[in-house]
Ligand binder design. Structure first.
Ligand SMILES: Nc1ncnc2c1ncn2[C@@H]1O[C@H](COP(=O)(O)OP(=O)(O)O)[C@@H](O)[C@H]1O
Ligand SMILES: [Mg+2]
Length: 359
């Protein structure tokens, strides 16, 4: 869809084009010089002393989605997400939030952007040790100039929302790691930003608490539909949380797609290697795995929605012994049978049958 015909409903929240962040001497010459721009990170460092942390990146963050930025340590994720609100100044490119040019914002407008529109949740939530849970959550509202009574009331609602009811008067030191993360989350939510930016907030947590917090984010997102940009180096976290994932390598986005798109159709060998050990049946949907149904198959058999996972389909097919129908509003879109499901698990993918239309 072209930009001019876009309706407000599907207009992006963030829109990023040609974004570069280069650290080092005379950084601004790197993006504009085709010779520098094509060098490998090591060559660039050797020739110029510069590190290109973000290299010619473009993407839209859509309203209401969880947009995940994933990549190994050092791939440029933090730099990228900090450029969005100019916590780091970009070297080149354009960034817009709701159509407004972020790079043209003055100090006051930037402050307003960071406080009200795109709030950052850091890995270390930076709770104030001498304040109670309630006052920590109210802190962001205090900065916004919300009056005491109102901010305490709003803070209490968010303390409850993240499951910390009854702990309002505790200090951070009297909480577990996971509970502290929840306080940080409540504080970010309380200021009601249009977008929440998370930079590896759960990396330091032990696996069980981490899973708890991931589920908390999924739940909050489901309930509130808030737009989120979530940075992680953890593939399973990315697949669990992301509506779409931008996979970064050496400052570039090497693939941008849904979890299913990235696992099912890796863009290159790097991505293929990255997703090699993912249990495909938990990510791939029956919409992708199905084939055309015969009239007989379309009439009978277990029914699944198009976004059911292959693993759910395996259960249904094993239970009933017959192919499962992929149903959308009473219409049978196709079926998945043993053969189809096994092919997904084996990673031999989807090959159109003779006479079948490619998706
Ligand atoms: N302030 C800085 N000065 C110089 N190089 C930096 C700076 N910040 C980050 N880098 C470099 O930029 C690259 C990307 O870093 P970063 O965005 O922190 O990656 P990630 O968050 O994916 O681990 C790394 O090579 C890092 O060393
Ligand atoms: Mg980082």
């Amino acid at each position: 869809m072209s930009k001019d015909t876009r309706t407000p409903a599907d207009a992006p929240v963030f829109s990023v084009e040609g974004l570069w962040k280069v650290f080092g001497p005379k950084a601004e010459r790197v993006p504009t010089d085709p010779e520098f721009a094509s060098l490998s990170p090591a060559e660039l460092r050797e020739r110029t002393g510069c590190t290109a942390a973000v290299r010619d990146v473009g993407f839209d963050v859509r309203k209401g989605e969880v947009f995940v930025v994933m990549g190994l340590s050092g791939s440029g994720k933090s730099t990228l997400v900090r450029c969005l609100t100019r916590l780091i100044e970009p070297t080149a490119g354009t960034i817009a939030i709701d159509g407004e040019d972020v790079r043209a914002m003055d100090k006051a407008r930037l402050r307003e952007l960071r406080r009200h529109r795109a709030a950052m949740v850091f890995q270390h939530f930076g709770l104030l040790p001498h304040r109670t849970v309630l006052d920590n959550v109210a802190y962001g509202l205090e900065i916004q100039g919300v009056g005491r009574a109102e901010r305490r009331e709003r803070a209490a609602a968010f303390v409850a929302k993240v499951g910390l009811e009854g702990m309002e008067q505790r200090r951070p030191a009297q909480l577990s790691g996971g509970q502290r993360q929840r306080v940080g989350l409540a504080r970010a939510l309380a200021v009601d930003p249009e977008v929440l930016l998370f930079d590896e907030p759960f990396s330091a947590l032990d696996p069980l608490i981490r899973r708890d917090m991931q589920e908390e984010v999924v739940r909050l997102h489901r309930e509130e539909g808030r737009t989120m940009v979530f940075v992680t180096h953890d593939l399973s976290e990315a697949l669990k949380l992301g509506d779409r994932i931008a996979l970064m390598r050496d400052g570039r986005v090497v693939q941008l797609g849904t979890p299913e798109g990235i696992v099912g159709s890796p863009a290159d060998d790097y991505v293929r290697e990255f997703v090699r050990d993912v249990p495909r049946e938990q990510v791939m949907t029956v919409r992708t795995a199905m084939r055309a149904a015969t009239a007989e198959e379309a009439a009978d058999g277990p029914a699944l929605p198009p976004d059911a996972t292959v693993s759910e389909a395996i259960e249904a097919v094993a239970r009933t012994g017959s192919p499962a129908r992929v149903m959308d509003g009473g219409r049978c879109l196709g079926v998945v049978d043993h053969d189809r499901l096994l092919r997904v698990v084996a990673g031999t993918g989807h090959r159109p049958e003779p006479g079948e239309k490619a998706a």
